[in-house]
Design a protein around this ligand. Structure first.
Ligand code: CAA
Length: 387
């Protein structure tokens, strides 16, 4: 594993840091309050290359690696986790899913617009009765000659209100269980694509989360991704990479809160000295810094494995499990260190504390990560025993 970054990786980190400080920070409290994220900021993230960071240049993207993506996600998330989830869903679920498994026509048609940020994508897997148990899809896609008729409801869909394109997972043959699920690219303008209720959330309030309803939507066969029946594996493989993005988001939330707590504790005095000099606070800061660094290494380790085309699903799950727990713990301690100031919106740790929670829930809850990990470990043990 490398312990230094290339010039290109440093460049993206600096660009993300500058953008976060100069363009995201000024309005972040207001966006959280009003639950909005202006299209101009999405457009800016497109111009800066963030929306198509890992898409190959052939399709208009930056062609950068997963390590760069982790660096980008950390810097954006330190300031605004609503911005970073837009970037994360776009890059690791939508762009990667289409580039890795789509047809040449699908890539030519959709990737350049996604990579430039001209359209935003959404990933529609979760349903009212299929969250963690993702095989229980009720959404159906029934083949009628050269198209499918898509019907169903999807819940908690990030980017839904602003999206121009949806990756939708649906049952095509109920009798085959998870092998009877398929994936489709659905365009916003098609008849029957309905953006439903907007969620009023605890955290990442600037990001746009809705229910999506698909009502007799006519989807051309050429918009299916992969073979019929490949949809569940498509979703799982795509989420393997997505979990690196969310782990890096959790890392950013944690490191942002840690930096704020460190700064505050060297400035704020109690009993005649900066509070950082009090042993109780100093010990907290030492542990916070250690956990943030451990989370960072785990994110980079998973990213490096993906870049080297080595197995990375279990490393992504480990990174997400650890980084999201770190985000919860570090933000809680950061609020505690800020005392009364930490409990009000003006001091950013209050928002980071609320933003942290979702990282233990979306793209697979911590409980699901433990299922994934325990199965991987069981497989590894079996391989060892039979070697
Ligand atoms: N890669 C490739 N194939 C995989 C896979 C992976 N990572 N994981 C499972 N599969 C395959 C299995 O090999 C199996 O294939 P076969 O039929 O050929 O044997 C098939 O998929 C079914 O797998 P399981 O038997 O393991 O399925 P399961 O019902 O036990 O569920 C689970 C496994 C890990 C719990 C899975 O359902 C899961 O990950 N659930 C969580 C879903 C999730 O993360 N949702 C997030 C929503 S998206 C989101 O949040 C985005 C956003 O807006 C921010």
């Amino acid at each position: 594993m490398q312990f230094s970054f290339t010039a290109e990786q440093e460049m993206i980190r600096q660009a993300a840091r500058d953008f976060a400080q100069t363009e995201l920070l000024p309005g972040v409290i207001e966006r959280d309050e009003t639950q909005t994220f202006p299209p101009e900021l999405v457009r800016r993230m497109g111009e800066l290359g963030f929306m198509g960071l890992m898409v190959s240049p052939e399709y208009g993207g930056g062609g950068m690696d997963t390590i760069s993506y982790v660096l980008l996600m950390e810097e954006l998330s330190k300031v605004d986790a609503s911005a970073s989830v837009i970037v994360s869903v776009q890059n690791s679920l939508v762009n990667w899913g289409i580039e890795t498994f789509g047809t040449e026509e699908q890539k030519q048609k959709y990737l350049p617009k996604l990579a430039r940020g001209e359209i935003v994508g959404a990933f529609c897997l979760s349903e009212p009765e299929a969250g963690s148990d993702a095989t229980q899809q009720r959404t159906t896609a029934v083949r009628r000659g050269d198209h499918y008729i898509l019907n169903g409801t999807k819940n908690w869909i990030t980017n839904a209100g602003r999206a121009g394109l949806y990756l939708v997972i649906a049952q095509t043959d109920h009798s085959l269980g998870s092998r009877g699920i398929s994936a489709f690219i659905v365009e916003r303008e098609w008849d029957g694509v309905i953006v439903g209720k907007k969620e009023d959330k605890l955290g990442i309030r600037g990001s746009d989360t809705h229910t999506m309803i698909f009502n007799d939507v006519r989807v051309p066969v050429e918009n299916r991704i992969g073979e019929e029946g490949f949809g569940f594996k498509f979703a799982m493989k795509t989420l393997d990479g997505g979990r690196i993005g969310i782990a890096a988001q959790a890392l950013g939330i944690a490191s942002g809160a840690f930096e704020l707590a460190l700064r505050y504790s060297t400035q704020r005095k109690a009993f005649g000295v900066p509070i950082a000099k009090h042993q109780a606070i100093a010990a907290k800061l030492a542990r916070m810094g250690t956990e943030v660094e451990a989370a960072r290494l785990m994110c980079l380790r998973a990213a490096e494995a993906k870049d080297r085309q080595q197995p990375y699903g279990f490393l992504a799950s480990m990174a997400k499990l650890f980084a999201s727990r770190t985000a919860m713990w570090v933000t809680t301690e950061a609020v505690q260190i800020h005392g009364g100031y930490g409990y009000v919106k003006e001091y950013h740790v209050e928002r980071l504390f609320r933003d942290a929670k979702i990282t233990e829930i979306y793209e697979g809850t911590s409980e699901v990560q433990r299922i994934v990990l325990s199965r991987s470990l069981a497989r590894a043990e079996k391989a060892l025993l039979t070697a």
